[in-house]
Design a binder for this molecule. Structure first.
Ligand code: CA
Length: 231
């Protein structure tokens, strides 16, 4: 089935250009001309990726990005931000808000396609099927339910294990507290998001590499850096 891409962009030329190239590659492309419409569409239908313009009327791209990331039904959608601003600060803000990648105008359609493909390919990799995951000295064995760190065996509670497993399977992605609560504790859990913070603190305490690599994203949640940060 064709992958569905939502383009949130107010400039007609760019809409048409993106639509043309993405459709030619076999993607199912839908356009939203302003932020509110884009957000509504993203919540109603399931998309595989969102191309999001930073400068939009009414609601800007950062606000939309934050909003998509904070809702359980949309927080998984990969987002590529498009902006006319080339400043590094915008890039960083965008990535902190949870965008997966960033493209600066003027861009070549080929560049956009390459980024889109790269992200979709990354997400297609089987996650839970891997028997063993490694990260900065941590080795997690799913079948045996065992964790070692720098060769030493650690005992984790089942929630800690699941949480660590989930972070390792979603490297580089911002995961909101709500998402983590739902994934690890389940929808019928009545605890608060504070539970997540406490468990994250436990993991950071047990595995030193996580103290810098598992970062807090203000107002949103947590992200495990794609590559372990040296401590
Ligand atoms: Ca614009």
């Amino acid at each position: 089935m064709a992958k569905k891409i939502l383009v949130i962009e107010d400039e007609k030329d760019i809409q048409e250009l993106l639509q043309l190239y993405l459709k030619r590659e076999g993607y199912d492309v839908q356009i939203a001309r302003d932020g509110a419409t884009g957000l509504r569409k993203a919540c109603k239908e399931r998309y595989d990726l969102v191309l999001l313009d930073l400068l939009l009327p009414q609601m800007d791209g950062l606000e939309i990005c934050r909003s998509l990331r904070s809702r359980p039904e949309t927080s998984y959608i990969p987002i590529i931000m498009i902006t006319a601003k080339a400043e590094e600060s915008d890039r960083i803000v965008g990535l902190e808000m949870g965008a997966d990648d960033y493209i600066t105008k003027p861009f070549s359609p080929r560049e956009v396609l390459a980024r889109v493909k790269a992200i979709l390919r990354r997400l297609e990799k089987p996650k839970a099927k891997e028997v063993r995951q490694e990260y900065g000295g941590i080795a997690l064995d799913h079948s045996r339910h065992e964790v070692t760190y720098k060769g030493k065996s650690y005992s984790l509670t089942s929630k800690e294990f699941k949480l660590l497993e989930f972070f390792l399977g979603n490297k580089g992605r911002v995961l909101s507290r709500d998402i983590l609560l739902n994934e690890i504790w389940g929808y019928d859990y009545f605890g608060t998001t504070r539970t997540v913070d406490v468990h994250v603190a436990h993991l950071r305490h047990k595995f030193h590499v996580l103290s810098k690599s598992l970062v807090s994203i203000k107002g949103l949640g947590y992200k495990l850096q794609e590559e372990p940060v040296k401590t």
